[in-house]
Design a protein around this ligand. Structure first.
Ligand SMILES: *Cc1c(COP(=O)(O)O)cnc(C)c1O
Length: 423
């Protein structure tokens, strides 16, 4: 009886709507809590897909957006500029390492990745080099849902594996954890060099691909090899940016400066859709000429939306005024202690923590629907996927809420394993 199901007119993301449980209706948020229409309150363990780093409804961000709303909610960015965008770009340039100084503002992470790929492709054309149309990406990666972004996601295990025939064919390698893998990456770069426009990687942690973490040395190796072969490196910091890994940006931990860097998720503290593609002076210079065709050929209607820029500026104020990175490191300690006992359970393959990211990997994919329902029954909002259940709470989460998340998760994981044994 399709017509009588709630949400009849809304198409849900990544959900088989025929069999999935109906979505829960949220009516309000505050702190680390989501309030449901039936009055229940859930502690949010994943900060609305990693965005709400300051918790929900932070008054400083709310005020900044309200002030901007009264003055100028939106104005087109072609031929016009405005203080919220100018200020945000200058502040991002100052915060990012090296000379990542040139900021292109768009409205979603996937589009920021599209712009990064287009920048890399056009960079070569502007230099008079043709034929460099492919990108080297890493297995296990996730870079978004649009066509170009899908093409650099994991081609075999990823959520987009059925679309292979529709996508540009990219070059895939394993992350260089070992000397052999580094040699294989070096060889792939040499073999495909004249066809490659760029290398793209999620620094330190592949998020939506399974919360798979790597050491800073792995990232440093990728940066070194990309440089050796004269290829720009794109760091997709959409998940990792703004403190999630314990430093403001993940690439800092490897001491590298990518040529192009993508930001979104926590950029506005989780209040508005906004993303940025940031390039170094060297990249930008290849677009700086008297030739109109050499200009970056991109410009979304709502790019640099003033409300979103005001929210992002307010979010950066909070990073300046409040000890977010200390909070991220404290959460890392709590996650390590709280999740460690789960590593000893038979049926748990791995427990891993990096900054304010804690992941539990099952030996076999659990009954995700049952696990989700069990977590909600315990008053917790977490979204397990594949064989992973993870916590990425607001960096401001209170000790009580974090304890509640950890104990509920521990009980749910144990319960899931127990019923898997019984079945
Ligand atoms: C979420 C994410 C994206 C896509 O961002 P959207 O805003 O969902 O389009 C791209 N890359 C990474 C690493 C992400 O985590």
């Amino acid at each position: 009886m399709r017509a009588t199901r709630p949400g009849r007119h809304l198409w849900r993301p990544y959900t088989q709507m025929k069999s999935a449980a109906a979505p829960l209706e949220a009516v309000a948020t505050w702190g680390s809590r989501i309030v449901l229409a039936d009055g229940r309150e859930l502690v949010d363990g994943i900060a609305s897909w990693w965005t709400a780093v300051h918790g929900y409804n932070h008054p400083h961000i709310a005020r900044a957006v309200a002030d901007q709303l009264a003055r100028m909610p939106h104005v087109m960015f072609g031929g016009l500029t405005h203080a919220p965008a100018e200020r945000l770009a200058a502040r991002l340039a100052a915060l990012l390492p090296g000379d990542l100084d040139h900021v292109f503002l768009v409205d979603s992470g996937s589009v920021a990745v599209e712009v990064a790929l287009k920048m890399a492709a056009q960079l070569w054309l502007n230099r008079g080099v043709t034929g460099r149309t492919r990108v080297l990406a890493f297995r296990g990666g996730y870079h978004g849902d649009t066509m170009g972004a899908m093409s650099v996601c994991d081609p075999d295990e990823g959520m987009h594996r059925r679309f292979g025939a529709y996508l540009p064919r990219q070059v895939f390698c394993d992350l260089p954890h070992t000397a052999e893998q580094a040699a294989a990456l070096d060889a792939a770069l040499a073999r495909h060099r004249d066809a490659l426009a760029a290398v793209i990687v999620e620094p330190l942690v592949q998020g939506a691909g399974g919360m798979v973490m790597h050491d800073p040395e792995v990232l440093a190796t990728i940066a070194r090899l990309a440089r050796r072969h004269g290829l720009p490196l794109i760091c997709d910091e959409i998940f990792t940016g703004f403190g999630r890994t314990g430093t403001l940006f993940a690439c800092e931990q490897a001491g590298i400066v990518p040529d192009i860097l993508c930001l979104s998720k926590a950029l506005t503290g989780g209040t508005m859709a906004l993303a940025a593609t940031v390039a170094t002076a060297e990249i930008f210079d290849a677009f700086w000429s008297d030739d109109p065709a050499a200009a970056l050929m991109h410009g979304p209607t709502f790019m640099a939306n003033p409300l979103a820029c005001a929210a992002a500026n307010a979010s950066l104020d909070l990073f300046e005024r409040e000890p977010r990175l200390d909070q991220a490191r404290a959460i890392a300690g709590r996650l390590r202690d709280g999740l460690a006992p789960l590593a000893r359970l038979p049926g748990v393959r791995d427990v891993r923590v990096l900054g304010a990211i804690g992941a539990v990997q099952f030996a076999r994919a659990p009954d995700l629907a049952a696990l989700k329902a069990d977590l909600v029954a315990r008053g917790v909002w977490v979204r397990p996927f594949g064989d992973i259940v993870y916590l990425t709470p607001a960096l401001t989460i209170g000790a009580d809420d974090l304890d509640h998340l950890l104990s509920a998760l521990g009980r749910s994981v144990a319960e899931t394993l127990r019923s898997a044994q019984l079945s």
